[in-house]
Design a protein around this ligand. Structure first.
Ligand SMILES: *[C@@H]1O[C@H](CO)[C@@H](O)[C@H](O)[C@H]1NC(C)=O
Ligand SMILES: [Zn+2]
Length: 438
C-alpha cells in the first residue's frame, strides 16, 4: 500500500511543465483511487533555479491538483539546487511521518539515475515502486546527464558523480545536538596511541533514536551507509585519524578475533593490529566497546562484548591474539571498558543469569527474581584478571577518575549515549576506536 507519492519534476524545463498537466492529472487520479484512506502524502521535487520564483511550479501544479482536494492538503513542493538535497529533504519528511512505501512518478529517462540516488540515501526499510511520466514528444529536451535506454545501467563515472554530489551535500549539513564529544581514558598513553569513545552528539543523523552521531548502518534501520560515513568523517576529523584506513569489527556476538593484515574471518568481535596509522574500532549500544593497548610492544586491539561475547570470553580472546601475534606480555596490556549498559539497568532471563553467577555471584543482583540484574563489566574484569591482566591495568566503572570517567551506563544517559535496551529496534551505535601514532 502506497503511503507517499514522489513526483520527480527535477529535470523538467519550465517550458515542458505545462505539457504534463493532463498526464499528471491522470496519475493523481489513479493514486487517489488506489490508495486507502487517508490519502497518501505527495511530494513534488523541483529544481530551484536562480531567479526562479518559488511559486512558479506550485502555480502550474494547481490546475492539476484542483480536483484532488484530499491530496492537495498533503502536498509538499520541494525546491532544491540538487537532486541529493531535494531527496534528502523529502526523506526527512517521510521519516518524521514514519512512512516507508513510496511510489515515484518520473520521466522514464530519469529512472536509472533516481535509483542510484535512492540506493544511496535509503535502506531496505523503504519500499519504492516506479511509474513512468510520459513527457510527450519534447522529451529530447530533458536535461539529463546521460540518456540511457532501459537495459543500460549508468556508467561508473555517472555513479561516482552522484555519490560525490550526495557526499558534498551531507558535508554541508550542520551538526545536530551539539558538539562532537570524544571520551578518552587517562590510562592509555597518548604519546603512543590515539583512542577514544564516541558519544551521540555532533553528527547529522536526525531520527530521534539515531540522532546524531550514529556510527552503524543496518538494513533494518533508517540511516543509510552514506550518512554513517559522513558521521565517521566528522569523527575522524575531530579525533585526527584517517577515515580511509578505518576497520570496524564485523560483529556476531561471538569471540572470533581478526588479525589485521591476515585473512579476515567472515565475522569477528575482536580485532588487533601493530600497524601504525590504521584505526580499529568496536561498536556498542549497551554492549561494551573494549580497547586494548600495549605501550611496550606497541600493539592495540578493540572488542565488542555484549552478554554473549562476555560469556564467550571475547576480551581474553583479543588479549591472547595480541600475545601470540605480537609477543605482548599480558602484564603490559592496558584495557579500557567503554560506555555500556550498567548493572543498574541490565536484566537477563534466569538461565543466562546463571552463567554469570558461575563466573562470580557478584555479577548478578536479585538472582532469585525472574529477570535478575547483570553486571557484564564485572564479569569482563574477572575474566581478564584471571587471564593475567593486572587489576590496575583495567579501567571500568569500579575506577573513578577525577579527570574523566569512561564507563558510563548507556541506558541511564539518553543525552549522551545510544542504548538498544532503552530505545528498541531503531537504535543508534557509538564506538570505541584506537590506533598507533606514527
Ligand atoms: C567520576 O566519578 C566519580 C564517582 O561518581 C566522581 O566523584 C568524579 O567526580 C567523576 N569524575 C568526573 C570528571 O566527572
Ligand atoms: Zn543504568
Amino acid at each position: 500500500m502506497v503511503e507517499a507519492v514522489l513526483i520527480d519534476l527535477f529535470s523538467l524545463p519550465a517550458s515542458l511543465q505545462s505539457n504534463i498537466q493532463g498526464e499528471l492529472c491522470k496519475k493523481l487520479e489513479t493514486v487517489e483511487k488506489c490508495s486507502s484512506i487517508p490519502a497518501p502524502f505527495v511530494y513534488v521535487m523541483c529544481c530551484q533555479q536562480q531567479g526562479c520564483e518559488r511559486n512558479d511550479e506550485q502555480e502550474f501544479l494547481l490546475p492539476a491538483l484542483r480536483d484532488f482536494q484530499s491530496l492537495k492538503k498533503r502536498l509538499e513542493v520541494v525546491h532544491a539546487l540538487t537532486t541529493a538535497a531535494a531527496l534528502y529533504t523529502i526523506k526527512q519528511s517521510l521519516d518524521e511521518k514514519d512512512l516507508s512505501t513510496i511510489k515515484v512518478i518520473l520521466p522514464a529517462l530519469r529512472k536509472d539515475l533516481m535509483k542510484v540516488y535512492i540506493d544511496h540515501l535509503f535502506t531496505p526499510v523503504y519500499k519504492f515502486e516506479f511509474e513512468d511520466l510520459q513527457v510527450a514528444a519534447d522529451c529530447k529536451n530533458l536535461q539529463i546527464a546521460e540518456p540511457q535506454s532501459e537495459e543500460q545501467t549508468l556508467s561508473t563515472q555517472a555513479m561516482a558523480l552522484i555519490q560525490s554530489e550526495i557526499q558534498m551535500y551531507l558535508e554541508s549539513l550542520p551538526s545536530l545536538k551539539g558538539e562532537l564529544t570524544i571520551l578518552r581514558s587517562p590510562l592509555i598513553p597518548d604519546d603512543i596511541f590515539l583512542h577514544g569513545f564516541t558519544t551521540r552528539t555532533g553528527g547529522i543523523s536526525y531520527i530521534p533514536t539515531l540522532s546524531s552521531c550514529n556510527l552503524f548502518s543496518s538494513s533494518k534501520r533508517r540511516d543509510p551507509q552514506i550518512v554513517v560515513k559522513e558521521n565517521l568523517r566528522r569523527l575522524a576529523k575531530a579525533a585526527g585519524f584517517n577515515p580511509e584506513t578505518f576497520h570496524r569489527v564485523k560483529t556476531d556476538h561471538a569471540n572470533a578475533v581478526c588479525v589485521l593484515g591476515k585473512t579476515e574471518p567472515e565475522s569477528y568481535d575482536g580485532i588487533v593490529t601493530n600497524q601504525k596509522g590504521v584505526t580499529i574500532a568496536a561498536p556498542g549500544a549497551d554492549c561494551i566497546p573494549v580497547l586494548f593497548a600495549d605501550p611496550v610492544r606497541k600493539a592495540c586491539g578493540a572488542a565488542h562484548s555484549g552478554w554473549k561475547g562476555t560469556l564467550l570470553g571475547v576480551s581474553m580472546a583479543t588479549v591472547n591474539a595480541m600475545v601470540s601475534e605480537y609477543g605482548c606480555n599480558v602484564k603490559d596490556i592496558l584495557v579500557v571498558l567503554g560506555p555500556s549498559v550498567g548493572p543498574c539497568c541490565y536484566k537477563l532471563p534466569q538461565e543466562s543469569a546463571e552463567e554469570f553467577h558461575r563466573i562470580d555471584p557478584k555479577c548478578v543482583r536479585l538472582f532469585d527474581s525472574a529477570s535478575p540484574y547483570i553486571d557484564i563489566r564485572r564479569a569482563t574484569r574477572i575474566l581478564l584478571e584471571s587471564g593475567g591482566i593486572l587489576p590496575e591495568n583495567i579501567q571500568d566503572d569500579s575506577v573513578t577518575d577525577q579527570k574523566q570517567n569512561i564507563t558510563f551506563c548507556t541506558a541511564c544517559h539518553p543525552d549522551k549515549f545510544y542504548s538498544h535496551f532503552r530505545d528498541g529496534t531503531n537504535f543508534g551505535t557509538q564506538i570505541g576506536f584506537i590506533s598507533i601514532k606514527d
